[in-house]
Design a protein around this ligand. Sequence first.
Ligand code: PLP
Length: 445
Amino acid sequence: MPLVEPPSSFVFHRRLGKEMPVIERGQGAVVWDRSGKRYLDGSGGAVVVNIGHGRREVAEAMAAQAAAAAYVHGTQFTSAVLEEYARRLAVHAPGDCNRLYLVSGGSEANETAVKMARAYHVAEGRPSRHKVIRRSVSYHGNTLGTLALSGRPGLRAPYEPLLPRSPEVMAPFCYHCPLGRAWPECDVACVDDLEAVIRREGADTVAAYIAEPIIGASAGAAAPPEDYARRAREICDRHGVLTIADEVMTGFGRTGRWFATEWSGVVPDILTCGKGMSGGYMPVGGVLASERIVAALSRARGGFVHGFTFSHNPVTAAACLATLDVLERERLVERAAGMGEKALLRLGALRAHPHVGDVRGRGLMIGVELVADKPSRRPFARAEQRAEGVGAEAFRRGLITYPGGGGASGPDGDTVLLAPPFVVTEAEIEEMAAILDYSLTALGL
Ligand code: PLP
């Protein structure tokens, strides 16, 4: 036998070959690694941690449920905790879009939503409707089905042959307007592309339109122009197309509202969520379906043919319910709105840097976009990995951010997302901005 060095780790890591610190504990908006180094969690990891780290009440609720009944199959039992959670969540859900299908992640939620939309049309006697329209700049997940719906050239490239085609419409991304226009003079002309694509594809083949109410990682917290959502909804209604709002990142208070659809007041047919739903205490995703979807699928022969082993899980529901309790009791959604305004103001000062093109966002979901040239908004080449460079420099200095690539032009574009827990203090916002400031200066940006 040849002598083979054993690997230093048997974990197949997300970044192969990268040295990573070992996490020890977290409290509020701060985490510490095993060496004692302190990090300000400026992005809640991947925009997940909303109620803050180290919440004993969530851990205890999960432990109590796990001790009582950790697992039952979703086709055989329901649980008091899941029933209670869905009832409490319905109070915050938009309109009648309030019937919860609980799953284990955002990608699962979007897969479920797409199948729900398709199953709805089949149940209603329209089996030709199967296409899901997506946006040119978007992210809906990393499973094959949700990657196929994501406008992320860099993530798609290696898997392109495996991805089913889905019709694309231009994203309402004002800083890089696909029509080269500006709001309000543009009169939201980008929304007309949705109508054109539905007509081109044939409305009787289109099942749904999926969109993030505020574009998250792929565009760095870009809100559409006022009126976009209402007009998109009108177009979809006119053509019998369902709307799916992907609130995996924006939901549960992140934008200063319980759900970002509240900014437009437009209620979707189906809403997906995840991330902050459990504050990071449990892997989770959820689909909220409106009454007409549930009614049609209740009438369908065979019901909704779908399911995951870990859907409708009682321990997941316990984590979500305890998270909801904290959000309500401490009025953290309102706090996210207030702290978000302060953070946007403070981070807005970063525009003084020669390569910070834009600072934008709602609530505590704020994007800092880097550009090669400010007047033309020309992005850096993706290969330069500018956002990742800022992320690494900030991390070294003790600030966690969420860098992202793409959005500006094809694979190019650099944004750094800031999305701290809602318990973040003004002093921590100041610290976050200062570390970013130093990091940008150190990198000549
Ligand atoms: N949808 C949006 C808008 C997201 O931001 C994400 C994750 O970043 C997802 C879906 C996928 O969620 P998950 O990574 O939990 O599968």
